[in-house]
Design a protein around this ligand. Structure first.
Ligand SMILES: [Zn+2]
Length: 512
């Protein structure tokens, strides 16, 4: 992943594509308005007719020797394929004409009287844009910091951040609707489904339940039990029991062991039940066993939707360094981070990692309060040391390039698992830097959170609707705020939870 701290506006506009795209758009990457417009441009431009280039002396020299830095910082400049330079409103109208949905605006904008009105409006915004320019969270090196401080109404930071959101709000909404449609389609395709792979050695049983179904539909996490070489891993929650029973009736798999990767409710609620119906012994880590006897009372939303798991009933065996399967062995590797007791199971012969929740997509941004991201970084580094060709997540995604794993859109993700883990590592390391810098500056939690999701970074606004929906429906339990907090958990002086932050005032207390 490119470094998101350097105002990576919706992709990678900088490297090596200056000569290829017909329309070259030069924008001020220090300006929230310019960045917002680039987000729109990237969304509209489906045929890659434009390349957006942040202004710098080298870029200008490379694009066209007639371009002057001061002029470009003052107004938008676009170099057309014919070599003409469009400036200000004329550049906006010229770009608008390129796309079917904005063609009319562009065509009208090149004629009297819309052109004159457009030029007036553009001039006004261009003169005042420093009132809204960005100060942290992507691009903090504004050209005129004094002007920003003088003119920004809510303080430079919040002015910029809110204005950046305002410009993109229709895009945020649209991305939210698109993501919801995608989730619904994956949910429909996996409903009560089973995916048999590697000649039946690996099977994913997709689990459903009336209330648990809300999770894949709203958040995109699928519930699964993984069967691997005679071992059943993470048999779901009590509210998914009927679904699991239905699978067992249909498949009648040979299950010789039941294992849980960690003590979260959607993974452990049927341990004893599955053991009772199959006669297979239960294996859990020592810490997971401790967390399950007794199982702590869940917050009511989670208990209502997923279901409160029963306490773990003996007999059970504590996992050692490895566990035998039908035809081989799985190594048991401690991977705290997602929660303290997390383990992953690794088959070195197949180069297959059963990752549970130790890997949840590269940009997963709404963890729960159990997450300790600093420990998670160490665990991901441990996973990076393994040779992995197939990575099976605990929530229904498989990352692999192996041709013997067939396509299953929305479930099988065609990427090198090691690349996916490396991206996740990069992302977490960047977050750590942002959060450490914010703490050092004594910024409030909410400001640190905002700076971890700069709008110039496409994933920030594309996942915003979903992330905020998760925050709302989980009553703050799973949120971007928890992601910040997950880096500041210490045994001595933890950050307040999201509830405490709210109770102690909207702006949140300083971090220390
Ligand atoms: Zn979990």
């Amino acid at each position: 992943m490119p470094d998101p701290s350097v105002a990576d506006v919706d992709g990678d506009p900088r490297q090596g594509r200056i000569a290829k795209s017909p329309y070259r758009v030069l924008y001020d990457e220090q300006c929230e308005i310019c960045q917002g417009c680039v987000s729109w441009l990237k969304t509209l431009d489906r045929k890659n007719q434009t390349t957006c280039l942040p202004i710098s002396a080298e870029v200008l020299a490379c694009v066209d020797s007639r371009l002057r830095m001061d002029d470009c910082l003052r107004q938008l400049h676009v170099v057309t394929p014919a070599g003409a330079i469009l400036v200000g409103w004329d550049a906006v109208a010229g770009l608008a004409r390129l796309f079917p949905s904005t063609w009319l605006v562009g065509a009208a904008g090149q004629r009297f009287p819309v052109r004159n009105a457009g030029r007036l409006l553009y001039g006004f915004v261009a003169r005042n844009r420093y009132a809204l320019s960005k100060c942290r969270g992507g691009a903090c090196r504004v050209a005129k910091p004094e002007a920003v401080r003088r003119q920004a109404r809510l303080g430079a930071f919040w002015s910029c951040y809110r204005f950046g959101f305002f410009i993109r709000s229709p895009l945020v909404l649209w991305a939210g609707i698109k993501a919801a449609a995608q989730r619904a389609s994956i949910f429909a395709r996996t409903y009560h489904e089973r995916l048999e792979l590697l000649d039946g050695k690996l099977t994913l049983l997709f689990l459903n339940g009336m209330l648990p179904n809300a999770v894949p539909l709203l958040f995109g996490e699928l519930f699964t039990t993984v069967l691997y070489d005679g071992v059943a891993i993470d048999p779901g929650s009590p509210k998914m029991r009927r679904s699991l029973a239905r699978h067992l009736r249909r498949v009648r798999p040979k299950i010789a062991k039941v294992i849980a990767t960690h003590a979260h409710e959607e993974h452990v609620g049927n341990l004893n039940w599955l053991s009772d119906v199959t006669g297979a012994p239960i294996y859990v880590s020592e810490m997971t066993a401790r967390f399950l006897t007794p199982f702590k009372k869940l917050p009511w939303v989670r208990a209502a939707i997923i279901g409160q798991p029963p306490n773990l009933r003996p007999p059970f065996t504590v996992l050692g360094e490895s566990v035998d399967t039908e035809s081989g062995q799985l190594l048991v590797i401690a991977t705290p981070g997602h929660c303290d007791d997390h383990i992953v199971l690794y088959d070195p012969r197949e180069k297959l990692l059963l990752a549970g929740d130790a890997f949840m997509g590269s940009y997963f941004a709404t963890p729960n309060p159990d997450v300790d991201s600093r420990k998670w970084l160490v665990s991901l580094e441990r996973m990076m040391a393994l040779e992995i060709e197939i990575l099976v997540e605990g929530h229904g995604h498989i990352h692999t390039l192996r041709p013997d794993i067939p396509d299953f859109p929305g479930v099988v993700i065609r990427e090198d698992p090691k690349v996916a883990i490396a991206e996740k590592l990069d992302y977490l390391r960047w977050l750590r830097e942002q959060i450490d810098a914010g703490l050092e500056e004594g910024l409030p939690v909410r400001a640190i959170e905002a700076s971890c999701f700069p709008w110039g970074n496409r994933t920030s606004w594309e996942s915003c609707a979903t992330d905020e929906c998760i925050r709302l429906l989980s009553l703050g339990h799973f949120s971007r705020t928890e992601l910040v907090r997950s880096f500041v958990r210490t045994n001595r002086d933890p950050l307040p939870t999201v509830y405490e932050i709210r109770l102690s005032g909207g702006g949140g207390p300083p971090c220390r």
